[in-house]
Every structure is written in C-alpha cells, then in structure tokens.
Design a protein around this ligand. Structure first.
Ligand code: Z5A
Length: 209
C-alpha cells in the first residue's frame, strides 16, 4: 500500500525540526516505516543547491533563479526519494515542500502564483502532501528563538516585512485548503504541538479503501 506524504511548514524558528523528531518517533511506535527528508536538500544535488541558496557570502541571487533552484532540488527529491519511498509503503516526513515556494518566493519575493503552480505541476509531478502541518508563530517570536544560533543565512537576513508576507501567504494557503492543512499554534509547548500534530495524523493511520 502507498505510504503517506506529510509536510511541515512554517517560518524561521517555528519548531519544525523539533516536531519532526517527535513525529518520527510516534509514527515508528505505530509500526510504520518512516523516511525523513528536508527542503532544499534530501539528495546529493539538493544538499549542494542548499549550500548555494543559503550562503550569505555569495553574490545576490535573482528571485527567478532562486525559485528555479528550489524546484531543481525538489524535482530531484520527488523522483529519486519521495515517490519511491511512498511506493514502497513508507511514510515520508518532509521539513518543507512546495508550500514554502508559494510562501517565500511567492509571498516574500512576489513571484506570480501561476508560475509557481506551473513548476509544481511539471517539476514536482504535481505531487501533493496527504497532510501539511503549518506551525504558525508571530515573526518576532520565531526570530527570537533563532537568536544565538549560527550567523543568519541568506534568506534569514531578510526584513521583518518579508517574513510577515511569508506568514500571510502560508495562512492564506491553509485557509484555501482546510482539508490538507492543519494549522498548529507554534507558541504552545513542544509536547502540546506534538499532541496536536499526532491528532491530525491519526485518521491517516486507517487503511485506505
Ligand atoms: N525555502 C524557500 O525559500 N523556498 C522553498 O521552497 C524552500 C525553502 C523549500 C531553509 O529552511 C530556508 O529555505 C528557509 C526557507 C527557504 N529560510 N528561512 N528563513 P530551513 O527549514 O532549513 O530553515 P529554518 O526555517 O530557518 O529552520 P529553523 O530556523 O531551524 O526552524 P525550525 O526547524 O522550524 O525550528 P527548530 O529548530 O525546531 O526550533 C528552533 C528553536 O526553538 C530551538 O531552540 C527549539 O528548541 C525551540 N523550540 C522549538 N519548538 C518550540 C516550542 N514549541 N516552544 C518553545 N521553543 C521551541
């Protein structure tokens, strides 16, 4: 039976990595095979593109090139990792996916939604997640959590206004697709966030007709 494809989205410091670790352990405890990945990344090509995309010391990258590089990494990940794992019955947990392109390159950079939709259909095989968990957190709170870590990367250096547009774009997508999205209050404790995420995924554990 095909596995399930679960994506985690949200702004900087929202708690995606923290939640992913808890979800992976919970799903494994249910006896499921789980594959965890991230974007941009998850393949040799994707990890190399991640370095290019996030390196703050590089020459500026145009919004168009940034969008195409995100989808180049995704094209490789979908074909060589996600689709084979789903076909083998694994649950795939991804730290970000196509909604991030709509939020950052669409909302943040102003790239037209129709252009992103076209890339999603072609480069990402129009593969849609079974469930997307959106960790929603005010921008200031997320940035405060990220303080004291490594120096900010190329995207983390953007302004608060950029991240407010990203957050608004995520929330608009969740509102437009309430069946696929579950919005989680990321200001709650890690255990409360995990419990809410598990409650959202529990119905997907039922075998499909
Ligand atoms: N990007 C893009 O532009 N377009 C695309 O299509 C894609 C990506 C796919 C890399 O993403 C960048 O790529 C990202 C978007 C862009 N740029 N930005 N900004 P990333 O996911 O690798 O980077 P990130 O979003 O900056 O991740 P992060 O800052 O590491 O956040 P996180 O994984 O969501 O948070 P965390 O590491 O789990 O937690 C952060 C801290 O908060 C940590 O100290 C935790 O212990 C703490 N924490 C976590 N949960 C809680 C709760 N519930 N309460 C209190 N404290 C908590």
């Amino acid at each position: 039976m095909r596995g399930r494809f679960i994506t985690l989205e949200g702004g900087e410091g929202a708690g995606k990595s923290t939640l992913l670790a808890g979800l992976e352990a919970w799903l494994r405890a249910q006896g499921l095979a789980v594959l965890r990945t991230r974007e941009p990344g998850g393949t040799a090509l994707g990890e190399a593109l991640r370095v290019v995309l996030l390196d703050a010391a590089r020459a500026p990258i145009s919004a168009e090139a940034e969008l195409l590089l995100m989808f180049a990494a995704r094209a490789e990940l979908v074909r060589s990792v996600i689709q084979p794992a789903l076909s083998a019955g694994q649950w795939v947990l991804s730290d970000r996916y196509t909604d991030a392109s709509y939020a950052y390159q669409g909302g943040g950079r102003g790239q037209p939604e129709a252009r992103i939709r076209g890339l999603e259909q072609w480069a990402a095989c129009d593969l849609q997640p079974d469930r997307t968990l959106l960790l929603d957190l005010p921008v200031d709170a997320g940035r405060a959590r990220a303080l004291g870590r490594d120096p900010p990367d190329r995207i983390e250096r953007e302004s608060n206004a950029f991240f407010e547009r990203v957050r608004a774009a995520y929330r608009a997508r969740a509102q437009a697709e309430p069946t696929r999205f579950t919005v989680l209050d990321a200001s709650a404790s890690p255990q409360t966030v995990l419990d809410a995420a598990c409650a959202s995924l529990r119905p997907l554990l039922e075998p499909r007709a």
